[in-house]
Design a protein around this ligand. Sequence first.
Ligand SMILES: [Zn+2]
Ligand SMILES: [Zn+2]
Length: 394
Amino acid sequence: MGFSADLHLHSRFAYACSKNLTLVNMAAWAKIKGIALLSSADFTHPAWLAELKKTLVPTEDGDFEFQDVRFVLGTEISCVYKQGGQSRRVHLLVFAPGFETVNGICEMLAGLNSKLNGDGRPTVRASARDITARLLEIDEACIVIPAHIWTPWYGILGSKYGFDAIDECFGDMTPHVPAVETGLSSDPEMNWGVPALAGKTIVSFSDAHSLPNMGRELTVFQGEAGYRGLSSGLKGNFVEQTIEFFPEEGKYHLNGHRKCGVSQTPDETCRAGNRCPQCGRPPTLGVLHRVQELSNERTPMDVEKRPYTKLAPLIEILAHTMGKGRTAKSVVAAYHHICDELGGEIQVLTQAGYGDLEQVGGEALASAVIKIRSGQVAIVPGFDGQYGTVVPAD
Ligand SMILES: [Zn+2]
Ligand SMILES: [Zn+2]
């Protein structure tokens, strides 16, 4: 039996995140979705950390639980620094086995003048390599995973402030980085041809800034839902499958300028001489472009491939079939009814049969879910911060 995990989350103390991101609501939504293990998120924020300490219940095996949902202590740290004469910005997902370790991490960051009581994802002016070394010094059981590795602004392999390889960034710490989070705008297949990622476990999480987006991407690990299961799952690539967006739906899939309304494929950018036809400036290079730049089609890669499923959020499917917005009352009511009846959103999207779907959600919904599951979709790709759209094909 595996367990589903969403380990890139935020609390209401992270910038641009919903005020509804409380532990009570996060645990409730984990059940609506069907997620077994959540990240506590934002554990460096003093007010949130106090809530975590007060609320999360230690289990016998050293994990944490709240309202029947398992939690691990996790956060995101933004490393902003210079290396090789260039500005670098790398987001890291960091996990700690217990509160004592978390206290040590907060002290270490505060010692580096990181402001912990502002954004729940603190910024530190130190390299990703140095932060990793310091975390492992505090507790060798800490886990570090580069977050949304391809996004232009804060991905380790991103076009703006990133690197061309994981070891360029982490140096001697590279072997201590077990996995990479691929982000919404790429899927595992796009990553399998990238030599820079050889030997790293590929994981996907939601980076949700609001409750309904929890679990929009997630990873199903083999083993027990807890810190040890997670740690061995990451180090040994014990991944049963990842649940993915269609990468085109991610907001940095193609190149372009959102303000200019210009979206380009990598080929089109090349032919346009790396210029936006509207404003003449270089376009924001998206994930597909970077993946192609760093891929090597000729050298067969020694990657351990894992199955993955591409899905669209149920609320979006309902909005489409009902011809309304995703916040419309009737759409939200239908969403909760279907999730309640059929065992959670992930079950609905990945497992529920046509008959059950039709009975609970109607014919249009049933046929839309089945179409998306089998990849019969119409896609408008995202670019430069604008989400793409994926709807069932007519
Ligand atoms: Zn981030
Ligand atoms: Zn432009």
